[in-house]
Ligand binder design. Structure first.
Ligand SMILES: [Zn+2]
Length: 317
């Protein structure tokens, strides 16, 4: 089986172990970091907070974390390497772009975007020996716009050239999953190389089943957020039901947690929190969600499949 790129080098698929398929160390904008310095972001403090939470997750058996922070969500490869080195957690970095419609993407043609992405996926990010292990697109509630179609195409083509799999953030309320798969398919991407991220955000089993039948993976990957839009109880019920219907091998679960979510959280508030004892962190799945899944009927073998086997098959093909 093919080797998998982590930020500290390649590992064999069996070394992935229990894997959180969609998390972030941080989402913190580079322009904001440059403009506001320590009022917005402190590198050493983010390292400290992230390492503390990752060590807690390691104590619960998690071995690998896939960081879904794209180039334009503030990906910082030096941060990911430092955090991985100190915590001992395997971290897989993403290439590709989130859903905001930016002029430097809108004005570039597909060929140039393919060339830029292919370079970092082949030679390493910003000239250092860390290659992305996964590609990413983001499709918001507007669905597949003109710009996003170009980005889906570019990522799909690089995925075919490099054999890297793809995570696509999508908004299941507008059911854009089929259109996304269609665009990837037009580039030659097989559905089993794709996770439709946040599929679990909608309480619609017919949609989940249709996607699973199409061959992609489904992300029930926001289990840190038990709110009125996405009650965890619905996700638990839907995961169990999909397993009962024979779709266990298409399910991936995660938190979508970030040690510092610079999109909307205040830096001061995040940095002053008791981050060693948070109710929700990278270990919440192990502490709370997996026991709930077991109480709802999933077996130890089901949990092993979802946490270990499915990520391995997704990455190794
Ligand atoms: Zn995310």
């Amino acid at each position: 089986m093919a080797a998998i790129n982590t930020v500290l080098g390649s590992i064999c698929p069996d070394a992935l172990g229990q894997t959180l398929i969609h998390e972030h160390i941080t989402c913190a904008d580079w322009s904001m970091r440059m403009a506001f310095g320590k009022r917005y972001f402190e590198f050493d403090k983010v390292v400290e907070m992230a390492v503390c939470q990752l060590k807690r997750a390691r104590d619960y058996g998690i071995r690998t974390l896939v960081d879904g922070t794209t180039i334009n969500l503030g990906r910082d490869i030096h941060l990911l390497r430092t955090v991985s080195e100190i915590s001992g957690m395997n971290i897989i970095a993403s290439s590709g772009f989130y859903y905001q419609e930016e002029p430097w993407l809108a004005m570039r043609d597909e060929e140039e975007i393919v060339s830029l992405l292919l370079d970092e996926c082949t030679n390493g990010i910003v000239g250092i020996d860390s290659r992305p292990g996964i590609m990413k697109n983001g499709i918001a509630a507007e669905g597949v716009t003109h710009l996003q179609e170009k980005l889906l195409h570019a990522v799909g083509r690089v995925s075919v050239l490099t054999d890297l799999p793809i995570f696509c953030h999508h908004d299941p309320s507008v059911k854009s999953g089929f259109r996304i798969l269609e665009v990837y398919c037009s580039c030659g991407v097989a559905p089993n190389k794709v996770i439709l991220g946040h599929a679990g955000d909608i309480n619609d089993q017919a949609y989940h089943e249709e996607l699973a039948k199409a061959g992609c993976y489904l992300g029930f990957d926001r289990l840190a957020y038990d709110d009125s839009d996405t009650p965890v109880a619905n996700s638990i019920r839907n995961i169990v039901s999909l397993c009962e219907k024979g779709y266990r091998d298409k399910l991936l679960i995660s938190h979508d947690w970030a040690s510092y979510l610079g999109l909307w959280e205040s830096w001061g508030k995040t940095a002053s929190a008791d981050y060693a004892h948070l109710d929700i962190d990278y270990s919440y799945l192990s502490r709370e969600i997996i026991p709930m899944l077991k109480a709802s009927g999933l077996t130890e073998a089901d949990i092993y499949a979802i946490m270990v086997e499915n990520p391995k098959h997704f990455f190794a093909g």
